[in-house]
Design a protein around this ligand. Structure first.
Ligand code: CU
Length: 358
């Protein structure tokens, strides 16, 4: 019975396979008149991809820190401009750290010294850098790491305060670079560490501004006008439409009904806040804005996460099923691709949830 209910829900959320309707940019052609207004010289065909999967693996997180003294940690971030698919048949030239969105999850301990090497790939076309909100220093390191294609820079910093922080590109067109994919999380664990959990996942939300309606096949170029008016064509979790759902690469994680999942969530933006909610559940514990030096809140249904911030939250489900992580501004879910799924497996618990009591 639960399976039927789940299918019905997926259909209601627009996951049945139908293409989204056009209209993310007021000046863009709609699906109905695209052929009439398309420029004949425009290379509309999807391009061959440089990266097969731009969506970062949500479980690709360094292990919790098992040290009781500070250390020096070497980190390399390599900026890469790369063509990849937003969804089937729709390509875009992303800007990334290490060829993935969001960028690599960096995990250190308060008091650690980070030796950062920042590389700008020689095949890139633009300068890039990195601004860490975990850095106590001018620009979060942005000026110190600004490099032209083919160059590299080094930055040494001490992680003086704990928390989960965004890092992002901060060149003058920073909104464009973040929108194209240049953001991630650096976690600075407090000296005592964090409570033990069974699973950890890493999800990054951001929005893409392109020159074609959502879902129109072909190569989408970045569109400054839709960014200026803050009307994105796509709002995504981990860089691709429904990437970590059963309709994409599969659930972000599969956990037992007796297990706890910790979600590290970052909103790259550059402009939209996320109303972060687990459908069919609540956040059991939640550290607002990734602040780990406060007590967590408990039983939070929806948490606003502004651009340039994070949240760290745990969830668990006593009953099996698929639990959709969404931005509760639900048009972004139904029409713009914003969703990830956490799957719970275990015994049915009709005393808690019974979809067919008759
Ligand atoms: Cu950049």
């Amino acid at each position: 019975m639960l399976a039927t209910t789940r299918r019905r829900t997926l259909k209601a959320l627009g996951l049945g396979g139908a293409a989204s309707l056009a209209g993310c940019v007021s000046s863009a052609p709609t699906a109905n008149n695209a052929a009439a207004t398309q420029e004949p010289t425009e290379a509309a065909a999807a391009q061959s991809v440089d990266v097969d999967r731009i969506a970062a693996d949500p479980t690709d997180i360094p292990d919790p820190i098992d040290r009781d003294s500070p250390a020096e940690v070497d980190v390399t971030l390599h900026s890469e401009e790369a063509v990849a698919e937003i969804e089937d048949g729709v390509t875009f030239t992303y800007m990334t750290y290490n060829g993935q969105v969001p960028g690599p999850f960096i995990r250190v301990r308060q008091g650690d010294t980070v030796n950062l090497t920042f590389e700008n790939d020689e095949s890139n076309s633009l300068p890039h850098n990195v601004d860490f909100h975990a850095v106590a220093g001018p620009g979060g390191g942005a000026e110190a790491t600004t490099t032209a294609p083919g160059e590299s820079a080094e930055l040494r910093f001490k992680a003086t305060y704990p928390g989960a922080y965004i890092y992002h590109c901060a060149v003058p067109n920073m909104d464009m670079h973040i929108s194209a994919g240049m953001f991630g999380i650096i976690l600075v664990e407090p000296p005592e560490g964090m409570p033990e959990v069974d699973h950890e996942i890493y999800i990054g939300q951001h929005e893409l501004y392109t020159d074609k309606p959502t879902g129109e096949e072909g190569h989408h170029k970045f569109d400054m006008d839709s960014m200026r008016s803050e009307e994105p064509c796509y709002v995504l979790m981990n860089g691709e439409k429904y990437a970590w759902t059963p309709n994409g690469y599969g659930p972000a994680v599969t956990a037992g009904t007796d297990e706890t999942v910790r979600v590290f969530f970052v909103d790259g933006g550059p402009n939209l806040s996320s109303s972060f909610h687990p459908i069919g559940s609540v956040w059991e514990t939640l550290y607002p804005d990734g602040s780990l030096s406060t007590e967590p809140q408990t039983h939070i249904q929806t948490r606003l996460v502004p651009p340039g911030s994070t949240t760290v939250a745990t969830m668990n489900s006593p009953v099996p099923g698929d639990f959709k992580l969404v931005d509760h501004s639900l048009s972004r879910v139904a029409r713009k691709g914003c969703m990830a799924v956490v799957r719970a497996e275990g015994e049915e618990r009709p005393d808690i949830f019974d979809a067919d009591p008759a």
